[in-house]
Design a binder for this molecule. Sequence first.
Ligand code: ADP
Ligand code: MG
Length: 720
Amino acid sequence: MPAAAPRVSPSAKKPGASSPGGAKGGASVAQKALQKLGLKRDIDLALHLPLRYEDETRIVPLANARDGQMVQIEATVTASEIQLRPRRQLVVRVEDDTGNCELRFFSFYPSHQKTLAVGARLRIRGEVKGGFWGRQMLHPAFRLAGGELPAALTPVYPTTAGLPQPYLRRAVVGALARVDLSDTLPPGTEPPYARFMSQNGLPRLFSLREALTFLHHPTPDVALSTLEDHSHPAWQRLKAEELLAQQLSQQQSRRARDMLRAPVLRVPRSRDGALPLHEQLMAVLPFGLTAAQRRVGEEIAADLARQVPMHRLLQGDVGSGKTVVSALAACLAMDAGWQCALMAPTEILAEQHFAKMIGWLEPLLAARGRKVAWLVGGQKKKDRAAMLALVETGEAALVVGTHAVIQEQVRFKNLALAIIDEQHRFGVAQRLALRQKLAEHGMEPHMLMMSATPIPRTLAMSYYADLDVSVIDELPPGRTPIVTKLIADSRKDEVIERIGAQVQAGRQVYWVCPLIEESEALDLSNATATHADLSEALPGCMVGLLHSRMPTAEKKAVMALFTSGQMGVLVSTTVIEVGVDVPNASLMVIEHAERFGLSQLHQLRGRVGRGAAASACVLLYATNDSGRVGETAKERLRALAETNDGFEIARRDLEIRGPGEFLGARQSGDALLRFADLATDSMLLEWARELAPVMLDHHPELAARHVARWLGGKSDYLKA
Ligand code: ADP
Ligand code: MG
C-alpha cells in the first residue's frame, strides 16, 4: 500500500465480509505485529486500550457538517473523474438530501474507482473542509451504504506497521469474548470511586469486565474528556486494579523475604573493659550525632538484631550525614566477627566517599588484627589477588569498592551487611548475587541502601513498598544556608567576575557543564571550551577539568588537587553529582541548568554549603534571542531558588518529569505503571495498599489470580 493511502483504510468490501485474518499472508504478518506489541494473551489484548475514538454511530446530513469536523455521511455519487492537474487524482462528487461534497484521492486503485462509480450510495467518513459553497474531503474512508450503525464509539488503537486497525479491533473483540475477567476483588472492597459514581448519577460500580467493555466500546453519550483525562470510573477501576496488583506483588515479596534468615547482629556488651567498636568510633568522631542520626541509627540496629534480612533505604538530604550512620551499623557487624561491604556507583566516588570513614575505622580495626580491603575494576592483578585473599580468609572485616564487589567472583568468608551508597534500589540480579555471598551459611546478608534523592511518598508506597525507609530529616548544626540565584547565560561574564572574587578570598568553585547523553563528544567539547575560557579569564588561578571519559588515575589526580585546595576552580560534567565533600568550596555554577532534573540540581547544589562560609549556587539558563525559552526554563527552576527542602523539590519533579527520574532509566522501562499515575492517583494507591495484606491473608486465591492476570510472568519480585 502506498504511503499516501487513506488514513482509515478504504475497504470496498461489504461490512463483515472479510474474515478476521484477511488473506493468509496478511494474517501471519499481523500476528507477528501483535507479538511485537506484546499482545500475546487474551488479557493483553483486553488491556490494550484505545488511543482515541471515532463516532460512527451517527449519519450527519451534509448541510450540518462544519468546517474541520470529522463526520460520517451517507451520499450518492453524482460524478467521478480522474484529473491530471495539478497532479493525478480521483475526484468524486457526492450528494445527500441536504447538500453535496467533493472527495479527492491522490492514491487509488481500480477497485476504488469501481466502488465510487456514479450512482453508488456510500457511507463516507472524513474531515470536512470548507463550507456551504464547496465542501471537500481528502482521502475519506468509504464503503457501500447500508448496514446497521454501531451502538458504540469505534476504538482507534495504538498499533504498528502490518497491523491494521480493523484486524486489531476484531482481535480485541475476540479476546474480550474469551478472556476470564471474573472479579478478583473480594466482596465489599470496591475502590474509592464510588462517591464519584453517585455524584454523577451513575448507577453502579464498574466491574473489570464492564470497565474494559466500556473503554473499548464506549456509548456515544460519554463525556470524552473523562476518558482522555482518565477520570471516568471505568478508568478508575482499571487504575485501582493495576495498583492492587503491584501492591500484592510487592507485599508478597516482602513476606517471602521474611522467611529468609540473616545473621543476628546485636549491640555487643563490652568485654574485658574494652569498648565495643561502635562506641570507639563515636569517641573518635570530631562531632556528636544529630538527633535524626541517632534515631535512624536505632532503627537500623533494631533491624540488624532480627534474624530476618534487613532491606532498608536510608534517605537524607545531601550533607545530612548518612555515611557515619552506615559506619556505625558496619561496626555492629564487624564487632561480632562478620564482614561488611561498602559500595558506591563509581570508583572515584567510592574513594571520595569512604576515605574519611576508612580513616576512622582502619586504626580501630587494626587494633583487632583486622583490615580494610579495596576492590575496584581497574586494579592491578597483584593488588587484586592480595585483596581477594584478605576477603576470602575473613581477615578483611570491611570491603570497600564499587558494585563490582558483589558482582564479580569475590568470595567472602562471612558477609553480614552490604551498604550501598547513592542507589535507590538494588536490582533483582544484584540481590541474588548478594545472597550467594552467604549461601554457605544458608543465610542472606542485611542490606542498607543510602540515597540523597528523596523519594516522594507515593513512590515510596508503590515501587519501594518492599523497602523499609529511614529518613534523616535534619542537617548537622553550623551549616549556612545556600543562596540560589537564577541568571540568564547572557550574563555569564558577571558570574565569572564573581568567581574571581571568590578565588581571591581563598574559596573554591565548581562549574558544572551538562551531560548530553545523546552526544558525549559534544558534551566533552563544551566542557573543554569552558575550561579554556575560565583558565583565560582567571589568570593565576588553577582551573581543573574533570569528565567521565578521563582515565581514573587522571580523575584522581584532579580531585586530589581540588580537595587539597591548590585548585581554585573545577570544571566538570556531572560526575561530581554525588558524594564529593570539599567544605572550602562555596560557589557552584551550573551551566544550562534547564537541562537537568530539579532533584539532580538539588544534589549538585548540595556540594557547596558544607563549611561555615556563606555559599551560593548560580543556575545559568539559556536564553534565545526573544528570551522566551528562557522564561519557561526560569519558571521551572524557580522551585529551587524557593526551597532547600529536597522532598518538596522531589515532589515537583515527580509532577514534571514522572517517576523515571527516581527509578533510574534502566528500571523505569518495565516498572512503570501503564494506567495509574502516581502524581494523581494517591487515593487509589492508598486503597490498594490497605487491601493487599487483607487479600494475602484471607483471599490468597483471589490474590494469586489477580497478580497472574495483571503481571503475568513479570512478577520478578517473587524471585528475590
Ligand atoms: P551525606 O548524607 O550527603 O552522605 P556525609 O555523610 O558525607 O553526608 O556527611 C557530610 C559531612 O558532614 C561530612 O563531612 C561528615 O563528616 C559531616 N557530619 C556528619 N554528621 C555530622 C554531625 N552530626 N555533626 C557535624 N558534622 C557531621
Ligand atoms: Mg553520601
